[in-house]
Design a protein around this ligand. Sequence first.
Ligand code: ZN
Length: 109
Amino acid sequence: MKCRDMERYITLFINDKLSGMRMKQFIEHIEECSVCFDEMETNYLLKEALLRLEKEGSYDLHGDLMEKLKNTKRCVEVHEMVTMIRRVILICAGMALLFELVFVYAFYL
Ligand SMILES: [Zn+2]
């Protein structure tokens, strides 16, 4: 295994997708070549750092999502309440108009 092949194998190794003879050759090379070892270490640390960021980020995202859902639910409730109040007002106005018409019709016509 040559140094120029290692970039690909480092990625495979870090993602647990290296096995068999390639794994053996990879380990042999990594143990002898400090350049590739440093490359592997850098890649591994970067991946772990990103994973931790992702995990913490996903926790925050979950909280954000729950907050968003809560706010959306509240908005829906307020909207439904406003719609109901509007309907009640319309019904009252309609009844008042009908009552007035009946009153006018009964007493003035
Ligand atoms: Zn190397």
